[in-house]
Design a protein around this ligand. Structure first.
Ligand code: 5AD
Ligand code: SF4
Length: 465
C-alpha cells in the first residue's frame, strides 16, 4: 500500500507548479497542481491568462493574494486530498480575509455547487473550460463566491500563451476532452467532448518552446493519438512538430490503444526525434473486464499492437495503467491481468484500485463487488510483479551508454544529477559540472526498479565548460 501511495503522490498527484517570477507589481497568484500532466499544462495556461490581466506568479504560497488549486477528480483519493488541503488553507483565510481561494479543474466541475457547500470558505470555482475568465471571476469575488463550470466545445485556449515553469520539458496540449466514455472514468463528464487544437497553433507553440530554450516537448491529450483538427491527424502532427528546429525530443501522452493507426506507428518509427517510449494504458488483461470497461479492444488486439510497435521500433520502452478490482473482476480475471503483465513486460506501470465515480456508467450500473481488502491484495500483487519486472529490465541496461537530457539535481546524493533517457528511464550520475538542459552520454553501472545509475563518459565530461 505504502508504495502505491508513494507512486501516486510522487508521480501524478502532487506537483506544485513552480512558476518563474516575472514582472514587478500586480497581485500575486500561486497555483498548486494536482493530477495529470494535462493539469500541469492547464496551470501554465491559467497563469498565462492571469498574467495578461496584470497578475504575476507568487514565489511562495504565503506571498500570494490569490491561491488556486488545480484539481483532479479521477479517483476519490485525489479528491479527498484536495478537501483536506482546502481545510488547511481556510486557516490562512482567517488570518487574511482578503485572500482569494479558488478551486479549478476537474474536481471543480465534478462537484461544482456541492463544493461550495462542503467548503464554504472557497471564493471561486472554475471548471476546465473557464480559465480565460479567471481574471473576471476573481474580480467578481466579493462576499459571494464566483462559479463558472460550464463546458465549452469551442474552447481550445487558442492564442493563450502558457507561463511555463522552468525545467527541460515543455507541455503542449494538442487536444482537450474525451469521447471514449470508458465506464469507470469521469474525464468525459468533467472535460467534455474531444476537440483538437489547430495544427498550426500546435506548431507555433512548439516553436515558441524551442525559442525559449526547451529541447523536449510532450504533446498532451486524453487520447492524444485520436487527434484531429479536421485537416491533420496525429501522424501529421508528429511529423510537423519533428520539423521544428531546436527541438530534439518529442514525447506524447496518453495514447489510446484503439487509435494507434499504421500511419501513426510509421511516423513514430521514421521520425528520429520521437522518443522510444509509449505509455499504453491497458487497464485489464481480461476480455470480460475490458468489455465491461468499454475499452474497445481485446487482449489479443492489444498484444498484437504491442508486437507491431516493437517490430517497428526495436527496444521501445512501454508503460501502462492498470485498474484492479473493477466491478465483477473475478480471481481469474485478475490472474489474466498478471499474465498480460508477464507477457508484455512493461518497463513501468501505474496501478490503481478501482474507485467508483458518481456520474459514470460503472457507478450507476455495476455494483462494486470486490471488497476493499481484496482490492488491496490485488494491488499489492500487481505492484510486486511490476517491481520485479522493472528491476529485471533495468538490470539489462548495465554496461550500455545512454544519451540523457539533464533535468536537475538528483533527489538523493550530494553532487548527483538526474535526467531522462530517450526511453524515459531516470538516470542518476555524478554531475561533474554538467549543466541542466544539456545532453550527455552516461555509461550505466547499476540499477534498481526505478532508477539507472551511471557515470558520464569521458567525451561528455570533456564537453563541459
Ligand atoms: N478508478 C481507478 N482508476 C481510474 N483511472 C481512471 N478512472 C479510474 C477509476 N474510477 C485510472 C486509469 C486511467 C488513469 C489515468 O487513471 O487507469 O488510465
Ligand atoms: Fe477516461 Fe477512457 Fe477517456 Fe482515458 S480514454 S480519459 S480512461 S474515458
Amino acid at each position: 500500500m505504502a508504495e502505491v501511495e508513494l507512486l501516486e503522490i510522487e508521480q501524478r498527484d502532487r506537483r506544485a507548479l513552480e512558476t518563474a517570477s516575472g514582472q514587478a507589481g500586480g497581485r500575486q497568484v500561486f497555483i498548486e497542481t494536482y493530477g495529470c500532466q494535462m493539469n500541469l499544462s492547464d496551470s501554465e495556461l491559467m497563469m498565462g491568462a492571469l498574467q495578461q490581466s496584470g497578475y504575476r506568479p507568487a514565489p511562495r504560497l504565503e506571498d500570494a493574494d490569490v491561491v488556486l488549486l488545480n484539481t483532479c477528480a479521477i479517483r476519490e483519493h485525489a479528491q479527498e486530498r484536495v478537501v483536506g488541503r482546502l481545510a488547511q488553507l481556510s486557516r490562512l483565510k482567517i488570518k487574511r480575509p482578503d485572500l482569494v481561494l479558488g478551486v479549478c479543474g476537474c474536481m471543480a466541475k465534478h462537484l461544482a455547487q456541492n463544493l461550495l457547500d462542503r467548503a464554504p470558505y472557497v471564493d471561486l470555482v472554475a471548471g476546465p473550460d473557464s480559465y480565460r475568465r479567471l481574471p473576471e471571476l476573481i474580480a467578481e469575488v466579493s462576499g459571494e463566491p464566483a462559479l463558472d463550470v460550464r463546458l465549452d466545445r469551442d474552447e481550445g485556449y487558442l492564442g493563450l500563451d502558457p507561463v511555463r515553469r522552468g525545467g527541460t520539458n515543455a507541455w503542449v496540449t494538442i487536444m482537450r476532452g474525451c469521447d471514449k466514455f470508458c465506464t469507470f472514468c469521469i474525464v468525459p463528464y468533467v472535460r467534455g467532448r474531444e476537440r483538437g487544437v489547430a495544427a498550426a497553433e500546435v506548431v507555433r507553440q512548439v516553436e515558441d518552446a524551442a525559442a525559449a530554450g526547451f529541447q523536449e516537448v510532450t504533446l498532451l491529450g486524453q487520447t492524444v493519438n485520436s487527434y484531429s483538427d479536421a485537416r491533420h491527424d496525429f501522424a501529421d502532427l508528429l511529423r510537423m512538430t519533428a520539423r521544428v528546429d531546436g527541438i530534439r525530443r518529442i514525447r506524447f501522452t496518453s495514447p489510446h490503444p484503439s487509435d494507434f493507426s499504421e500511419k501513426v506507428i510509421e511516423a513514430m518509427a521514421e521520425e528520429e526525434k520521437v522518443c522510444r517510449f509509449i505509455h499504453l494504458p491497458v487497464q485489464s488483461g481480461s476480455d470480460a473486464v475490458l468489455r465491461a470497461m468499454k475499452r474497445t479492444y481485446t487482449v489479443c488486439e492489444y498484444l498484437d499492437l504491442v508486437d507491431r510497435l516493437r517490430d517497428a521500433m526495436p527496444g521501445v520502452c512501454l508503460s501502462t495503467d492498470v485498474i484492479v478490482g473493477f466491478p465483477g473482476e473475478t480471481e481469474a480475471d485478475f490472474e489474466a491481468t498478471l499474465a498480460l503483465m508477464r507477457t508484455v513486460r512493461y518497463d513501468s506501470a501505474f496501478m490503481f484500485k478501482y474507485s467508483p465515480r458518481k456520474g459514470t456508467v460503472a457507478y450507476r450500473e455495476m455494483p462494486d463487488t470486490v471488497s476493499e481488502t481484496e482490492k488491496g491484495r490485488r494491488l499489492e500483487a500487481t505492484i510486486a510483479l511490476q517491481n520485479r519486472i522493472s528491476e529485471e529490465i533495468n538490470r539489462t541496461y548495465v554496461g550500455q551508454t545512454l544519451e540523457v537530457l539533464v533535468e536537475g539535481d538528483a533527489r538523493k546524493g550530494v553532487g548527483q544529477a538526474a535526467g531522462k533517457s530517450d526511453g524515459f528511464k531516470t538516470v542518476v550520475f555524478p554531475r561533474k559540472g554538467v549543466r541542466d538542459n544539456t545532453f550527455v552520454d552516461v555509461e550505466i553501472t547499476g540499477s534498481t526498479s526505478r532508477t539507472l545509475m551511471g557515470l558520464l563518459t569521458d567525451a561528455s565530461i570533456g564537453e563541459c565548460p
